[in-house]
Design a protein around this ligand. Structure first.
Ligand code: TRP
Length: 366
């Protein structure tokens, strides 16, 4: 049912999306001018292997930000795994896999801080003052919480699920990040984080009268078009329609052979009426840097089989060095855990510092 509240929310969303896009463009220029003004914070839940959606949507961009000289913090969001599931699953294996993915795509642990929720007590403690700054109805209205609740098939919502946007605000604010690279669907979280930062300032005040304890972070919208899975549906692990970074070249070929196309033999780039074919062209384009229209023309009447062969070949070529590094890294869990331990050390030092400021502002240093 569409209520007037939804209509209002939608038009507001559109306006705020436009604003966020403009702001992102400004920020891109500011990064080129002076990358040291920014700290980026982002992360992933260790719930499965990372796939091409993650790679083109965010991983590649994180590496670019790192290379442009932006201080980058990447979170293995292990506490977020239990927002919508009953257990942690094979968590150790998944955390190691995620670390291997990060390093294989080019995140450099010397400059980028890689850390995990459950190892950073000071981050988690921020949940308490932050929860005091949001209302229950505000949490219920969060579009991402609503969408995720719908996706869980009517199962009861846990308190953690309801409050995870606040936890995410703690992720961002404990390290005083001022830039959060996100997809459109995560914009409400950044807005919630800004509100919490602002309300903390208003309610509890400052330590340094010149600046609030927390910055008000901006979203940095990713430029990548939304990628679909190989069946033309939303790309997701549970649908089995993804190409994981860690797949072999043969597994990649197999998934792509089964990819959905249409009955039209001549290949054209038409995202509206031929979404599946357009999506494959998009993948080839991302892998080769060539425009999707040009790729479509080069295939012409050779049909979907030729298109799939080209996508397979270009993706496998692009992924080959990443996969080789990934295999080496996975064979050395000690190294991966060492990287995480060093990141956690840095994150804990930062968390302690922030918590001291927070307790000082709250007059709780006795
Ligand atoms: N929600 C993100 C995901 O589903 C992971 C995440 C946790 C995150 N905390 C964050 C992303 C803070 C950006 C900022 O993968």
């Amino acid at each position: 049912m569409t209520t007037s509240e939804d209509i209002l929310a939608n038009s507001t969303n559109e306006a705020s999306l436009k604003r966020s896009m403009r702001r992102s463009a400004e920020i891109e220029m500011a990064i080129d001018e002076d990358p040291s003004r920014f700290r980026v914070m982002t992360g992933d839940r260790p719930t499965g292997r990372l796939h091409l959606g993650h790679y083109f949507g965010t991983l590649r961009n994180r590496v670019l930000l790192q290379q442009r000289g932006v201080d980058t913090w990447v979170l293995v969001a292990d506490y977020q795994v239990i927002t919508d599931r009953d257990g942690v699953g094979p968590i150790r294996e998944r955390v190691l896999g995620l670390l291997a993915d990060y390093l294989a795509v080019g995140l450099d642990p010397e400059t980028t801080t890689i850390f995990n929720h459950s190892a950073i007590p000071g981050l988690n403690q921020l949940m308490l003052p932050f929860l005091s700054l949001v209302t229950e109805s505000e949490l219920h209205r969060n579009p991402t919480v609503k969408a995720e609740l719908e996706a869980t098939d009517g199962r009861a919502m846990s308190g953690l699920m309801l409050t995870y946007p606040v936890h995410q605000a703690a992720d961002i604010l404990f390290c005083k990040a001022n830039l959060v690279p996100v997809g459109q669907d995560q914009l409400p979280h950044v807005e919630q984080t800004r509100l919490i930062a602002q309300r903390f300032d208003k309610r509890y005040g400052r330590v340094d009268p010149e600046r609030p304890v927390f910055p008000r972070p901006d979203a940095l919208l990713s430029q990548t078009p939304l990628l679909l899975g190989t069946d033309g549906q939303k790309m997701s692990k549970s649908r089995g329609n993804t190409i994981e970074l860690g797949m072999s070249a043969d597994e990649t070929a197999k998934v792509l052979r089964k990819a959905k196309t249409d009955a039209e033999r001549v290949i054209t780039f038409d995202p509206v009426s031929r979404p599946e074919v357009a999506n494959l062209l998009q993948l080839a384009s991302l892998a080769t840097g060539e425009a999707p229209q040009a790729i479509a023309e080069s295939i012409g009447d050779k049909g979907a089989g030729a298109l799939k062969a080209l996508v397979t070949e270009s993706l496998n070529a692009m992924l080959a060095p990443i996969r080789a590094r990934r295999a080496e890294l996975e064979a050395d869990p000690g190294h991966l855990l060492g990287v995480l331990a060093r990141g956690n050390e840095r994150a804990n030092a930062q968390a302690e510092e922030t918590l001291t400021e927070v307790r000082t502002a709250m007059q709780m240093m006795y």
